[in-house]
Design a protein around this ligand. Sequence first.
Ligand SMILES: [Zn+2]
Length: 179
Amino acid sequence: MSLPSTYADRNCSLARALEVVGERWTLLVIRDAFFGVRRFGDFATQLGLPRAVLTNRLKLLVREGVLARDDDGAGNVEYRLTTKGVELWPIVRALMNWGDAYYSPSGARRSLRHDADGGPLDHEGRCRECGGVVPVTHTRIEPGPGFEPAAGTPDAVSRAINTPRLLLEPITTKPPTTE
Ligand SMILES: [Zn+2]
């Protein structure tokens, strides 16, 4: 990754941020990390991207401090969002809302709720039931009216993601992988 080279980019933090999260797969890795995916093999299954590309993106995100790589010494490796990574949530949420508004005629593909009272969240992450701004860890995600289940039997990770669950709650469905 090189630093922005044009005069306009040198003074733009958006350009700098896009060097970290601007590639399609990278933001999808981050999305899945919010959904609770933590293992290399689960990211690979869920995203269907080449393993070399996934390795590359995970390394970048660890180097930038967006993900932490936890290795318990027994071959169990997990990637989890750091505080810096969790701070990307409003961006992921806003892009999901934008995608729903313009590319999902049947409504939101995934709905966000305040786990404590079940209130739906508005686009700023505020609960329509209690009026509070709901922290990421108290946010429940579930299939929305525009959700379209994939044909066939979903894999275990997809099944977990498509069941109402708290953001960041780890998905543990398979034996650990060491990559
Ligand atoms: Zn609430």
